[in-house]
Design a protein. Sequence first.
Length: 367
Amino acid sequence: MEPPTSSRLNSRKRRKEGSGPNGAAELDGIPPKMSRRSFGLREPAPFSDEVEIDYSKPYIRVTYEEAVRGTPLDRPVRVYADGIFDLFHSGHARALMQAKNLFPNTYLIVGVCSDELTHNFKGFTVMNENERYDAVQHCRYVDEVVRNAPWTLTPEFLAEHRIDFVAHDDIPYSSAGSDDVYKHIKEAGMFAPTQRTEGISTSDIITRIVRDYDVYARRNLQRGYTAKELNVSFINEKKYHLQERVDKVKKRVKDVEEKSKEFVQKVEEKSIDLIQKWEEKSREFIGNFLEMFGPEGALKHMLKEGKGRMLQAISPKQSPSSSPTHDRSPSPSFRWPFSTKTPPASPANRSRNESAVTYDISEDEED
């Protein structure tokens, strides 16, 4: 069922041609804001037998065009969605969210089938009906919950709850001898399709539990459940306990291996750092050694310079041969009065002048 194209324009928004997801028209700009009557946002949704309905007003269904356009606050579009809702998960919540957002002003009624109907037409459930009722009650998108909902919707049921549209995924639902239990709803123009969430369902969750049964049985035994509560035999109970101990030992061994690997890795990193530092220091040491003791090192120049100084100190350079030579004249001597001989030399010069001048005291005395 395709929604009609709207051409109404205003200054704030324009309704686009065609339809958006789940049959709702898309809007440009800011969508119309209308307050929703929703008990589920602050407290659990009430059951249908706890809600009073004013039957004095006639039940007149709204058309799809009117629902998309928006209804008055006191006349929300009453949308009905039903299901088993076993192991309530995000796929259920997303479907109800889509149903709640089909129209601007929506009152969502959710029907939950009883255990008897479900076991007869679909199969055994994990959660009992009271648990499933309670789970749906606490979904924020739900305004009202119908307990013991019918498997096939009758005109009497639709009129009793004043339902305008029925929301469900568009995949034909074959059950109770029918190829599609929603066929008559679709023919009446009351069907509003939603999208399934791929990758999650109650059957998928049960499949995971069955596939990993041993893991969950051991998990619950470890948490204090008895083998009788889990319907586990005595032999399997001992087997699970033994497996638990073996897994603990494996985990300890694995932890030790990981720690040893980390230790070895740290040692290797430190050894690499030490080797790199040693190589750097060795290169620096070799460079300094060559600068000091190499063929053209500083030590060779120092030795050459020291050798030259020693040779110069030992054998100083002689005067040039071309320079004139002068005979050293004797220093003037002081003559004693009335004496023809030189005075006595000082002790320091006596030894030096012994060979040149001889002082004769006896001659002086005689003179």
